[in-house]
Structure formats: C-alpha cells, structure tokens
Design a protein around this ligand. Structure first.
Ligand code: ADP
Ligand code: ZN
Length: 293
C-alpha cells in the first residue's frame, strides 16, 4: 500500500511517502502562519507522489471528525475547527486518517519497543517542541479520548512558575507547563531574562558557558519532571519517552532524569529518549493509518 504521511507541527511540517512500512521519500517545510497558505504548503509536500492510496496525518492540536482544534491558540491561530481532512481530499482524493501528533508519536514509540518482545504495556510520550504535547498508551492501547484530547499535558498548570513571571497561557489558563518548558516558553523566558532575543537552540548552546542559561533550562527540566511524576502517580507508567527538538536537545533528557530521580515517588518508570527521534510522529501515524480505512 502507498501511504503518504504528514506530521504537522507548530514550526515544521514533515512528510514521508511510504510503501508497506518502508519510507521511499521524505520532505520537510516550515509551517505557515496564515490559513490560506496551508493548502499550497500541503499540496507542495505531496506534489509528484504517484499512486497515493491513503494519507495519514499526525497534527498538533486535537482531531474531531476530520477537523483540527488547538488548545493553545497562540501556536496555530487558525486551528479552530479547520476542516483539514477536506483540504487534503481536495489535493488528493483518498481516505485520510488523522491523529494528534504526540498521540501518533506515543504509538510509534510503543511499537518500536514491542519489537524487542518485552515492551511496556503503559507508556507516556511527551514532546517538548514549539508547544508541549503528550500521548498515552495504556494497557497496549493508544488513548485518544472521546474528544481526541487525551495527552495534552502541556496545558496542565505547573506548581513551578515560569522564570519571567509569565502566567497567562494562550489556552486561557494560568501557569501551564508549556509556558515554562516548550521551545516557545524557553525563548520567551531567555529573551526577557537576558534582555535580548534568544531562541531555544541558542539557549542550549549558551548554557555551556552561562550559568543563567543553564539555570533556565534546569528549571524547565524540574517542571517537566514534576509534571511527569504527577502523571505517574495517576497512571502508574512503566516508561516515559521524551521527544521533540527541545526534549532531544543536548543534555535535556539527562536533566529531566536527574530531576525526576530527586522526586520521592515509588515504582519510578524508565525515562528514555524517543527511539524514532524526530520521526516518531511519522512512524506512529504510518502504522496507525496503515491499519485503518
Ligand atoms: P514542531 O513543534 O514543529 O513539531 P520541533 O519538535 O522541532 O517542531 O520543535 C520546535 C521548537 O524546538 C522551536 O521552539 C525551536 O526553537 C526548538 N528547537 C529546534 N531545534 C532545537 C535545538 N537543537 N535545541 C533546542 N531547541 C531547539
Ligand atoms: Zn495552557
């Protein structure tokens, strides 16, 4: 089967043409900020791929009946019930299967571990990226939830505050984890604290020489670890997988592991890196869509 897969993030859109689980071609373009630019972007990603029989989409936001909605309107302003499925079908008229991106990544990471024979039954994936997303596999099943919302842990308020005092989140709540430990949140705090524009990637480079940069990243890791600990108390997880460009940035996993180990909770899960790396969402949606019509 020829399956085209898309992973739509707040910053980038990745695409892969796959046949029977093998990747034939991979493409990537920056995400657009205007609604009218989305259809042309998706069309150019799928351009020239002959014989597509199905499209699998992993996307930021939550998915309901072919439409996407965002929890945080600051990430993609036009994710307000956008009929993404219809937009794709206007480009390529084949069945479209959609899933939240972090849910897809959770499924991809779960399947990657099942190949070893003794993979976990209960796993959480967290992506630290433009925003913060999460996905849950419980008792070997992906939890999407009735509304498609399951795993949106970036919008659970953290008892740890952001270092720049920002409290208002784009979702309408106060003190969400995403304000502290997402790429957007780190860049905002770094820019405020250091008085000049600084993105998340440069912050990690600065951390090697500048204690203030290191403290900011460590603070984010502490907030992530505290959130994961409370998730573990609710769900009794066997493994927590860290992904996203910020989650995979130098030393971030180790900082989260160290912070987690200082929290006194029983039966601590393994905290590991995404085995599929940046392709976790694509891998997950490939398997998920491949098994569905
Ligand atoms: P998306 O949110 O589109 O899925 P990513 O997982 O790549 O994409 O996350 C994008 C965020 O990660 C941006 O805020 C970006 O600044 C940040 N980022 C990208 N590369 C790095 C890096 N090497 N180190 C730290 N942060 C990074
Ligand atoms: Zn929020």
């Amino acid at each position: 089967e020829m399956l085209a897969t898309l992973d739509i993030g707040g910053t980038k859109v990745a695409a892969a043409l796959t046949q029977s689980g093998r990747v034939l071609e991979r493409r990537q373009l920056p995400m657009v900020s205007q609604r009218e630019d989305l259809q042309p972007l998706l069309a150019s990603l799928l351009q020239g791929w002959e014989g597509i029989q199905k499209i699998g989409v992993a996307t930021t936001g939550y998915v309901q009946q072919g439409r996407v909605y965002s929890v945080n309107h600051d990430i993609i302003g036009f994710w307000n019930g956008l009929p993404l499925q219809d937009i794709l079908r206007s480009i390529c008229d084949v069945p479209v299967v959609m899933l939240n991106d972090a849910q897809a990544a959770a499924w991809g990471e779960y399947l990657a571990r099942q190949q070893d024979g003794n993979g976990p039954a209960d796993l959480m994936f967290i992506t630290l990226s433009t925003g913060i997303g999460g996905g849950l596999v419980l008792n070997h099943r992906l939890r999407t939830g009735q509304a498609g919302l399951a795993g949106h842990i970036g919008h659970i308020p953290s008892h740890i505050r952001s270092m720049d005092g920002q409290l208002r989140c784009g979702c309408g709540q106060t003190g969400c984890l995403e304000l502290i430990a997402s790429g957007t949140g780190l860049a905002r705090q770094a820019s405020t604290l250091m008085g000049e524009t600084c993105d998340s990637r440069s912050l990690f480079m600065l951390a090697q020489q500048h204690p203030a940069a290191e403290r900011l990243i460590q603070h984010a890791a502490d907030a992530v670890a505290a959130m994961l600990a409370s998730q573990h108390l609710a769900l009794d997880l066997q493994e927590i997988v860290i992904g996203g460009s910020v989650g995979m940035a130098p030393g971030m996993l180790e900082r989260i592991q160290r912070a987690f180990s200082r929290i006194p909770i029983p039966a601590a899960p393994v905290i590991s890196a995404a085995r599929c790396g940046a392709d976790a969402g694509l891998a997950g949606i490939m398997h998920w869509a491949g098994a569905r019509s």
